[in-house]
Design a protein around this ligand. Structure first.
Ligand code: BJW
Ligand code: ZN
Length: 242
């Protein structure tokens, strides 16, 4: 990454009418939230299919809830970082802005972002596996084995696990935002998980300048017009500052 790269991206952002951002776990790393893949990531310690799949939940719901309750508790002590705040600031300056996140932590909203689509749901809502009722339990300590007050079935986190379909309205909005983007920022994601990763190709094929912000090379690097290498909590404030 050179200072010319930074300057180029700042100019693209300053001139664009439509900017879309896709974020992943890396944008929350500097808030103390673990990423999934890579050294020290969650999936080094546990098998994703045991914790983040409907089969894993059916086999051992208590184990899955232990993991989600621990993450909920950790999030209670976490705050947005300068990367989240820079994206909230960018939203104020761009006429057509959209933030697509794979994260379930709601830290973008906590930083003030409004045009947010949650592709993989969020960790604060619960959904009944019996009657389908959804309920927002933001900041609430849940029981070790949460069950529905109405029908008695297990509750589950309202997130999207492997093999599950993404929420249709979220996906539709994400596709539209990817297609209209003049600049498409890919921030803190390994771009390994589909269909989210497909949005990068969609935006690129529709003519967007694709900018990757990540300390590492990823599957998205080959489609990126510019790759800004470093932590998003440092890079984003630099490209958004006047
Ligand atoms: C920093 C940093 C710093 C570090 N600053 N950066 C087509 C092809 C191949 C496979 C499939 C396909 N279509 C479907 C699949 C299967 C599957 C899939 O993609 N598998 C791949 C892994 C191979 N996809 C699905 O199952 C999806 N559903 C679906 O496709 O439905 C239709 C269908 C159904 C049935 C059959 C076929 C099709 C659903 C995917 C759901 C993903 N769920 C999870 C858990 C959510 C709940 C929770 O959080 O508890 O979502 S898995 C996990 O991965 C989580 C994340 O949102 C997601 C993406 O991870 P992310 O955000 O990219 O994080 P990391 O850790 O991978 O990367 C972090 C990055 O940050 C790294 O690059 C670091 O370098 C960087 N970083 N510090 C900036 N300071
Ligand atoms: Zn119920």
């Amino acid at each position: 990454m050179t200072s010319e790269d930074l300057e180029r991206v700042r100019q693209w952002l300053a001139r664009a009418q439509a900017v879309t951002v896709l974020t992943g776990a890396g944008v929350s790393a500097e808030s103390g939230i673990e990423t999934f893949r890579g050294p020290g990531g969650v999936w080094e310690k546990v098998n994703p299919l045991e914790l983040a799949s409907p089969e894993g939940f059916r086999r051992d719901p208590r184990r899955v809830w232990d993991w989600y309750n621990a993450r909920r508790r950790q999030l209670l002590g976490s705050r947005p970082n300068p990367g989240h705040y820079a994206l909230a600031e960018l939203e104020k300056r761009v006429p057509q802005f959209g933030l697509i996140t794979q994260n379930v932590d709601r830290l973008h909203q906590a930083a003030g972002s409004r045009q947010v689509v949650e592709l993989h749901g969020n960790i604060w809502e619960v959904r009944c596996t019996g009657c389908g009722r959804r309920d927002d339990r933001t900041g609430v300590e849940l029981p070790e084995e949460p069950h529905c007050e109405v029908c008695g079935a297990w509750l589950r986190p309202n997130v999207v696990w492997f093999g599950e379909v993404l929420p249709a309205d979220a996906w539709r909005q994400a596709e539209a935002w990817a297609q209209r983007a003049e600049v498409f920022l890919v921030v803190g994601t390994s771009a390994e998980v589909w269909p989210a990763a497909g949005l990068i190709y969609l935006a690129s094929n529709a003519g967007a300048k694709v900018v990757e912000i990540n300390p590492q090379n990823t599957s998205a690097t080959k489609v990126a017009d510019v790759a800004l290498r470093g932590p998003s909590g440092e890079i984003l404030p630099q490209i958004v500052s006047r």
